[in-house]
Design a protein around this ligand. Structure first.
Ligand code: PXG
Length: 457
């Protein structure tokens, strides 16, 4: 590889001079020195200094089959040689996109049979927004345009996806928000439940906030409710078990469509192909990206339910699409990726073995650690709340500083773990075994112990 001729210091200097990083404080980055990740294999990434780091985040919640899969490289190579690119606009298709669409329709809930492609989760959420609004216009109800979302939702970084998302810090840098989005409380019991409130009562209250928002806007103006089955970048917020069924009931009652963002949860992470199965809901659109190719190629999609698809496909042209809608190389890699997930039984493994084991092992290893206020998980998603006081759930000041310490100690001791505010996050490749989870839990414990030593020094 060409980069082998460059030293770490040279690459850092070049990167510093020319690369604007996403979601990065560049002063902090320069002070720390950027890490140059050079290779990855299986569950580990390697940097230019020879450090081997267990990847507790599957890249950015995406590398579900792990790194270094020859089969995926070969699928890309073969497809590039056969048909590197062709569009799907000119009354044309190609085998990879047609076959991938069929495969996804087979994996998705029965009422979902059509797929519209993009290249990123943000892009596909834009597609989903346009599609539900266009649907209502075609149905003669163009005033139904408002989309109800939640605080701490992450739906991407384009202007529409940022407006639909519920990240205050992102909104503060957006200038005017796009109109037509309303945000309600997140189903985040750890911070928002009352002291004596049961999980069930909290689930109903959080869903009630959606009904209140629909009534306030007027159901005749509301197009859809949108949500991640489990809020990912917002801090792995797992709703109470009754929440989603209640949301579905409310959407049905007011004829409000249900848009589900499965960019993180899709393709096995929660122990089913799509988390909507685990939640028992029937979404009208499902956005997917990331693990559709395990991150080996940029690809995203909106899975469109029959209700919308039938209307869309019988009312002339929908003026929407991207150069890379259904890119052949990305689709070929997605097909090969789904083959691997199926052949290796990764979804069942998460559901039956590693999912339950991850949360129980973390609970056993660090559940009673003085810094830990809560350990929760669902499939191969886990969160650890960092607190100053386990009883009162008081946090350290300034917000996020204690979790950042835990994260840095974790990375320095061999595992990539993410901090969202004061919540530690794990979202590893689905290829992790019980042994890998044991290794991870040990590193989490070391990181917590070291952070505690720093905080009490
Ligand atoms: N929806 C969800 C649920 C996501 O997690 C997107 C949409 C947007 O996808 P693209 O491909 O446009 O990035 C995401 C992406 C983080 C982090 O800090 C998470 C994401 C992206 C960047 C950072 O955890 N998720």
């Amino acid at each position: 590889m060409a980069y082998k001729n460059f030293s770490t210091a040279q690459l850092q200097a070049i990167d510093n001079a020319h690369h604007l990083h996403p979601f990065t404080d560049h002063d902090e980055l320069r002070a720390a020195g950027v890490r140059v990740v050079t290779t990855a294999d299986g569950n580990y990434i390697y940097d230019s200094e020879g450090n081997r780091i267990l990847d507790g985040m599957a890249g950015l919640w995406c590398v579900n089959v792990g790194y270094g899969r020859e089969e995926l490289a070969k699928a890309a190579y073969d497809q590039m040689r056969e048909l590197a690119y062709y569009n799907t606009f000119f009354k044309t298709t190609h085998p990879a996109v047609a076959l991938l669409s069929k495969r996804i329709a087979e994996l998705a809930p029965a009422h979902i049979n059509q797929v519209f492609y993009g290249a990123s989760g943000s892009e596909s959420n834009d597609t989903a927004i346009r599609t539900v609004r266009h649907y209502w216009a075609l149905e003669g109800k163009p005033e139904k345009h408002i989309i109800i979302s939640r605080h701490d939702a992450y739906h991407g970084s384009t202007i529409a996806a940022t407006s639909m998302g519920g990240m205050g810090a992102m909104h503060s840098q957006l200038g005017p928000m796009l109109p037509g989005f309303v945000h309600v409380m997140a189903p985040y019991a750890f911070e928002l439940a009352e002291a004596d409130e049961s999980d069930e009562a909290f689930g109903l209250r959080a869903a009630q906030a959606v009904e209140n928002a629909i009534l306030q806007a007027g159901p005749e103006n509301v197009a859809a409710f949108v949500g991640e089955p489990i809020q990912g970048a917002g801090g792995v917020k797992i709703p109470p078990a009754n929440y989603w069924a209640e949301i579905q009931r409310i959407c049905n009652k007011y004829d409000v469509l249900l848009m589900v963002d499965e960019v993180i949860t899709g393709f096995g992470r929660t122990g089913t192909w799509f988390a909507c199965e685990s939640m028992g809901i029937k979404p009208d659109t499902i956005t997917v990206a990331k693990a559709i190719t395990s991150g080996y190629q940029p690809l995203s999609a909106v899975l469109v339910g029959d209700r919308i698809a039938t209307t869309l496909a019988s009312h002339g042209e929908y003026y929407h699409g991207y150069t890379y809608s259904g890119h052949p190389v990305a689709c070929a890699v997605a097909l090969a990726n789904i083959d691997i997930i199926e052949r290796e039984g990764l979804v069942e493994r998460v559901r039956e073995t590693t999912g339950p084991y991850l949360v129980s092992k973390l609970q056993e290893t660090i559940g009673d650690h003085p810094l830990v206020g809560d350990v929760r998980g669902f499939g191969l998603l886990a969160a650890i709340e960092i607190v100053k006081d386990r009883e009162t759930r008081e946090r350290f000041e300034p917000a996020g500083s204690a979790a950042a310490l835990v994260r840095d100690h974790s990375i320095n001791n061999g595992m990539m773990m993410r901090a969202v505010g004061d919540t530690m996050i794990l979202s590893p490749p689905l290829t992790w075994t019980e042994d890998t989870i044991d290794e991870a839990a040990e590193i989490v414990k070391i990181a917590l112990d070291k952070a505690q030593a720093d905080l009490t020094a």
